[in-house]
Design a protein around this ligand. Structure first.
Ligand code: ACM
Ligand code: ZN
Length: 558
């Protein structure tokens, strides 16, 4: 009888006010969550977190977890590295002990990242408490993020006395090794505090690659020590057009650039959160800010202005001037000094060929290289491939691999180039068939500079289009058109936030959230476990976390 009463009490406790129960079905949904809802471990203030203090990464994660538990549930836990009776334990265990098998094989290329396997972790909740295990410190970080998102959220006034954590086993590993988010801070400059917030949100969602677009026609934002004038003068446009390329300008200069010291700070901040930063120097187009400073690098010699309007410039770097290659090697050399990323993005999108067609130096270069027009490949497209191959060779000497937008297919891909497919999926399909690695970022699903609500009433200005949260969620990054041998070339998906119309931090986060939640589940969760209605329910918890943290997001979720 006593046993029955105590079981009933336990069930009542465990099924009591749902707001005080942990729920491990977070965003992104872990690979496996098995819960026994009849039994709970009670987590309360004053309990401890144990961890391997000899490992500074694990110690840091433990410290963050303590803060996150306090932020979400209002419980105050104490760090006690050696406490064998701790309520929460972060333990590094030998490989394989954090159960579950990777769903995807690594891509069949030697230098393919294994960004999936190193995130593997398990959480077990039982009468001894909550145990987070992984073979890597990164895995423990992912586990801590899941636990953090599992906790019920106390409002600002009332902290929970205790949180009921149902007994459970969670085993998890992401579907894709590459889980990217792009951020254009060339069109509008944001200080590194905003970049860090962006990184924090990415980390919360299990993303591991920040594609940082730091140069464009409207501003050069990376300090190059060899060319002090480049960022100083190339970062400033005299004014900015109002609206979507109206005839009115704001008359206000816009500037700002990142010193190399700041970039290193951002790289370290991201690395602590297991995020790699892929810098992009967009070349040979989107270069008006550099041409403004060095007009001799253009086909016509200029003068050129840092652009004050949006769109594509016909003026690009001259393909027939060897000084251009010297310039680019110098810039990319300093990029490599600052960014340890195995990948360097060299852009390659939207490079009109009209100047090259009419430039004696460009045409002479084509002849010197023996380039002739071929079916489907103009001389000028192949000149772009020539520049790319020069950059690829230079960067290979620094141990790096290039990424280019899908236009780089047009003149022929260079040997090891990775393709970022943005004009739909076809570029990615073609590249994978040529056995090149691919990042899927098609506009229709992944362009989060597009509107996310059908009605624009009350919405901040967007570039156009319509990519609601549900659309992002519906992306399947691995096309059925690819064979089983070709599919592993798809490294993973990425959302892109271009900055033409995004000038304030609140607007950044409004565009990002909750579409980041949607892409995170595409990146992380097995395809067969995805379910939009279920996601939409789980998303409510994330929105409450954003509310509590005072983070702006789009409240109209379509
Ligand atoms: C791009 O959106 N121009 C890559
Ligand atoms: Zn030229």
């Amino acid at each position: 009888m006593n046993k029955l009463i105590s079981s009933l009490l336990l069930i009542m406790l465990c099924t009591g006010t749902s707001a005080q129960r942990a729920d491990y079905r977070v965003v992104p949904l872990p690979q496996s969550v098995q819960t026994d809802t009849t039994k709970c471990f009670t987590l309360s203030s004053g309990m401890t977190i144990a961890y391997d203090a000899a490992n500074p990464e694990v110690a840091r994660t433990a410290m963050w977890l303590r803060q996150w538990v306090s932020d979400a549930a209002g419980l105050t836990l104490t760090l006690a590295p050696d406490d064998r009776h701790a309520a929460v334990t972060l333990a590094l265990v030998p490989k394989g002990a954090a159960k579950g098998k990777a769903r995807r094989k690594a891509a069949p290329v030697a230098e393919a990242p294994d960004g999936a396997e190193q995130s593997r972790y398990a959480i077990s909740v039982g009468k001894e408490g909550i145990r987070l295990t992984a073979a890597t410190a990164e895995g423990l970080f992912r586990a801590a993020q899941t636990l953090r998102k599992s906790l019920p959220i106390a409002d600002s006034q009332t902290a929970w006395q205790a949180v009921e954590c149902p007994y459970a086993t969670v085993t998890d590993v992401p579907r894709f090794g590459y889980r990217g988010v792009h951020f254009d801070t060339a069109r509008h400059y944001f200080g590194i505090d905003v970049i860090k917030q962006y990184i924090d949100l990415m980390a919360m969602h299990g993303c591991n690659q920040l594609h940082w677009h730091i140069t464009d026609d409207q501003g050069w934002r990376f300090e190059v020590k060899a060319y002090p004038r480049l960022a100083r003068e190339g970062s400033v446009r005299r004014q900015t057009v109002l609206g979507t390329n109206s005839s009115i300008y704001d008359g206000v200069p816009h500037g700002g650039f990142y010193t190399q010291e700041e970039c290193r700070e951002v790289v370290n901040y991201a690395a602590q959160r297991y995020i790699n930063i892929i810098p992009e120097i967009d070349l040979p187009g989107h270069m008006m800010s550099a041409l403004h400073v060095f007009p001799e690098l253009g086909c016509t010699g200029g003068p050129y202005q840092v652009m004050e309007r949006w769109g594509i410039s016909d003026d690009v770097l001259c393909a027939g001037n060897d000084d251009v290659l010297t310039f680019l090697r110098t810039v990319l050399g300093e990029i490599c000094d600052v960014f340890p990323s195995p990948y360097i993005h060299i852009g390659g999108d939207e490079c009109p060929k009209v100047r090259w067609k009419n430039c004696a130096k460009c045409q002479a270069k084509g002849r010197q290289l023996g380039i002739t027009a071929q079916e489907g490949r103009t001389v000028e497209a192949q000149l772009q491939t020539y520049i790319n191959s020069q950059m690829e060779q230079f960067l290979a000497g620094r141990g790096r691999v290039i990424i280019g937008w899908d236009e780089t297919l047009e003149g022929g891909l260079t040997e090891n180039a990775i393709v970022m497919s943005w004009r739909g999926m076809n570029g990615g399909i073609e590249a994978a068939r040529q056995h090149h690695r691919v990042i899927m970022s098609p506009t229709d699903y992944c362009y989060i500079d597009y509107y996310q609500t059908r009605s624009h009433w009350g919405a901040p200005l967007g570039i156009g289009g319509y990519v609601p949260c549900s659309k992002v969620y519906s992306l399947e990054p691995v096309p059925e058109a690819l064979t089983a041998d070709e599919q592993p070339y798809i490294l993973g998906p990425q959302v892109n936030l271009w900055g033409e119309y995004v000038a304030y931090p609140e607007h950044v986060f409004y565009m990002l959230l909750p579409r980041l939640d949607a892409i995170s589940e595409v990146q992380w969760t097995p395809a067969e476990a995805k379910d939009y209605d279920d996601f939409r329910q789980r998303l409510n918890h994330m929105l409450r976390l954003y509310d509590k943290a005072g983070i702006t997001y789009c409240h109209t979720i379509e």
